[in-house]
Design a protein. Structure first.
Length: 176
């Protein structure tokens, strides 16, 4: 294997930070994803089980992040993909939605994260593992906070571990 791409930076590169939207679907509801012809990183088609759709999870403005960490050496690497978001307030409906995430986490999810540059990153699905290394809830901290003026709520972290960096999609994320 040899280097073939190089890396050229441009002053017009999309560099806006942050996350606009988070979509989650049970891994069993994803039939397949197909890479666009001639690419190794763009899922141009996402096929779902008939009648299924993605669920959008709202979060507090500027309180969501997608991150990847690659570790390893000499050809043996693992890539940890994480999505963390903050849900403002404590209420029964929020508690129930978060408990549902925990309960379904054992089977796993595919997560689509739309960043502030309108790139939709996919975690929990890859060419190498399809959905066998799906995303799961790796942490959920629900807090009342201590003082008046602080904002109570929950920090949710979803994680998947793979051998490749996340791919993106140009396919439509169907939510209903």
């Amino acid at each position: 294997m040899a280097l073939t791409l190089g890396l050229t930076l441009s002053c017009t590169d999309a560099i806006a930070a942050g996350v606009k939207s988070i979509y989650i679907i049970d891994k069993s509801d994803v039939t397949s994803m197909t890479l666009a012809s001639g690419t190794v990183s763009n899922y141009s088609t996402i096929t779902l089980v008939s009648g299924k759709h993605w669920w959008e999870y709202d979060f507090e403005e500027d309180q969501a992040e997608f991150r990847e960490t690659t570790e390893g050496e000499r050809g043996s690497y693992k890539v940890t993909h994480e999505v963390e978001f903050y849900v403002k307030g404590l209420a029964q409906a929020k508690r129930d939605a978060l408990q549902e995430l925990i309960d379904n986490s054992v089977c796993g999810f595919v997560v689509a994260v739309k960043d502030s540059n309108d790139v939709i990153w996919i975690i929990g699905y890859s060419e190498e593992f399809t959905t066998t290394r799906a995303a799961t809830v790796s942490g959920l901290e629900n807090k009342t906070m201590k003082a008046l003026g602080e904002i109570p709520g929950a920090t949710v972290t979803l994680k998947s571990i793979d051998t490749k960096m996340a791919r993106y999609t140009t396919a439509a994320i169907v939510t209903s």
